[in-house]
Design a protein around this ligand. Structure first.
Ligand code: XIL
Length: 301
């Protein structure tokens, strides 16, 4: 293949990017998007604050624009994210108890129903585990509604859109560590008890403090061994030149070595599109030119 998407498709995988819908009027941005990618994730437009700004008043305008663009250009869509402690609307941020639990489940049901049939995979729950050595859940208003909030969210999502793959998604779970051990135990428990979960997303935000782990592939493999698919969902790697290019190719090779690693998504197109405050973590420079990291990624696919 001569593009990322076409090369990934040769092994039955996809290559995606996060998209900011307000950039769909930027011709350089859209040119790269339409040429290179065959999966898209809404960078912000399907999050709770965007889709339910007032309780029970839903706004799908921007999310629908992304779905339309994807459908018109032969791309699929990863849904991101139904339940998360961040980017909650103000009305939800200070809710608690049964009221918050019901509001969260209603949100999952309504949004997954709106997009039913249009989403390849949903990040049903995002970033619910704590950093550090505890291996336990992150404290949040959602967690304080009861430890079963995650499985309740997955059950609601399955009922609303039985055709979408349902994923748990997190960061700093890319190698074997206390946090990924906690997620692993949850997935193992969900599979044992029949809680509907199909995939685990590994965000894979890397930098010099947090490089691609040496056991990245082994960690993906142990999750696959539990009976779920794995996906690389928000890849970016700070750096430049050949060291950045080598890191990107390591990530791609790890995924391709695992049959149930079904796709890779980068978290933006050009370095200037990145959510990161500094650095050059993506595959295209600010002018839209292919970087060494692009070439190494394409060659590894
Ligand atoms: C980021 C977006 O890229 C930014 O535009 C926004 O201001 C904050 O969120 N993990 C996630 C993504 O799951 O939703 C985050 O996206 C990046 C970290």
């Amino acid at each position: 293949g001569t593009t990322l998407g076409a090369a990934a498709a040769e092994t039955g995988r996809y290559f995606g990017t996060a998209v900011a819908v307000n950039k769909l009027s930027d011709s350089v941005y859209v040119g790269i998007l339409n040429r290179e990618f065959n999966m898209v994730t809404a960078e912000n437009e399907m999050k709770w604050d965007a889709t339910e700004p007032n309780q029970n008043q839903f706004n799908y305008t921007s999310g629908d624009r992304l779905v339309s663009h994807a459908q018109a250009n032969g791309m699929r869509v990863r849904g991101h994210a139904l339940a998360w402690h961040q980017q909650q609307p103000g009305w939800a941020q200070n809710m608690s108890g049964t009221a918050l639990r019901n509001a969260m489940l209603n949100h999952v049901t309504q949004v997954a129903t709106h997009y039913r049939g249009k989403i390849y995979a949903w990040d049903v729950v995002n970033e619910a585990f704590a950093d550090g050595g505890s291996g336990g859940r992150r404290d949040s208003n959602l967690q304080r509604t009861g430890n079963d909030w995650i499985e309740a969210a997955f059950r609601a999502a399955r009922a609303a859109d039985p055709g979408a793959k349902l994923c748990y998604n997190d960061y700093n779970t890319d190698g074997q560590n206390a946090k990924s051990n906690g997620v692993y135990a949850m997935v193992q428990d969900f599979k044992a008890r029949g809680v509907p979960i199909d995939c685990v997303g590994f965000q894979s935000h890397f930098n010099s403090q947090s490089p691609v782990p040496s056991d990245y592939q082994a960690n993906l493999q142990r999750f696959v061994n539990l009976g779920v698919e794995v996906q690389i969902t928000e890849l970016d790697i700070e750096g430049s030149g050949s060291s950045q290019a080598d890191s990107y190719s390591r990530v791609v090779r790890a995924c391709l070595a695992i049959s149930r690693c079904t796709g890779i998504t980068v978290w933006g197109i050009r370095d200037t599109d990145s959510w990161r405050a500094s650095g050059t973590p993506l595959l295209f420079d600010g002018n839209g030119n292919k970087k060494a990291a692009y070439t190494s990624t394409l060659n590894a696919l």
